[in-house]
Design a protein around this ligand. Sequence first.
Ligand SMILES: Cc1cc2nc3c(=O)[nH]c(=O)nc-3n(C[C@H](O)[C@H](O)[C@H](O)COP(=O)(O)O)c2cc1C
Length: 327
Amino acid sequence: MADLSTKYMGLDLKNPLVVASCSLVNNVEGIRKCVDVGAGAIVLKSLFEEQIHAEAKDLEEHLWLYGHSEAFEYVSKLAMPLGPREYLKLIEKAKSAVSVPVIASLNCITPRWWADYAKQLDAVGADGLELNISVMPSDPGRTSEEIENLYLEIVETLRASVKVPIAVKIGSDFTSVARMADRLAQRGASALVLFNRYYQIDIDIEKIAVKPGYRFSSPDEMSIPLRWIALLAGRVGCDLAASTGVHDGAGVIKQLLAGATVVQLCSTLYLNGVERIGQILREIEEWIDGHGFTSLSEVRGKLSQMQSEHPELYERLQYIKALVGIE
Ligand SMILES: Cc1cc2nc3c(=O)[nH]c(=O)nc-3n(C[C@H](O)[C@H](O)[C@H](O)COP(=O)(O)O)c2cc1C
């Protein structure tokens, strides 16, 4: 039987299938179900910075009456563990319920709130921390350098606060994804999750109103992470987790061949049930056996740009028939 064991951000996983941060894993029962059907690791549902703000806001209103801004700063810091206390409990319970790594997830938009809280995540036994940094670059007055520095500052702040390994989950909206990935690794990210699929919007033309877009990905969405995993594998000093659009065993194998250390699954688990994890594992094992490999290390990165016989294919951005004869 093929050896699927994988080291991801320094953690030992029995296989490379990681349940992505989502509501399927916001309670112990859901976490246990995923592990029972074979998940190699779990990333818990994110704790959002806004959740912490919401609590602090009540205090803010109260303290405003007294006009003590310093007191507000102090008390709002103290208030932090109150709201997210449930989250700490969830980590503790998950750790005693399952034996696979449990990675906590924080949705950050500033470095401000997290340092103290992250220490507590560390203390209750989280095996790692995934920072979902999602800053909307919508302000025309804000430079890309300012935004990138914010990402780096968040990672540095958290890196200095916790001992556990840190993964950083980003979107693909950077002018230089490669440079950003390299800088995040240099500032202490043990892994990059490529890429987050942001909340989608749509427009209802009958009601003439904005509405939520489709919640789940489709398999063709994995093409962008696939390209970037292939381009970055072996080039940045950290592990790479593929995320978005992986719905089956073939999708996982493609990402591993491109160079992914692990593959995160979400939409396919909502659409097909968490039992999908077991099916995907069997598909991977069959493929590995059928292609004469014995372990994942022989597969991983075989078609990354660094190892590929056709590295130029990953750099093609336009359809051109005239020069190369293919469209
Ligand atoms: C219902 C739902 C809730 C999610 N919640 C979170 C979250 O709290 N934190 C996070 O980082 N990503 C969250 N995600 C994004 C997923 O972790 C994942 O990155 C995204 O769905 C793309 O992967 P997929 O194509 O396998 O679905 C959520 C996705 C869904 C569908």
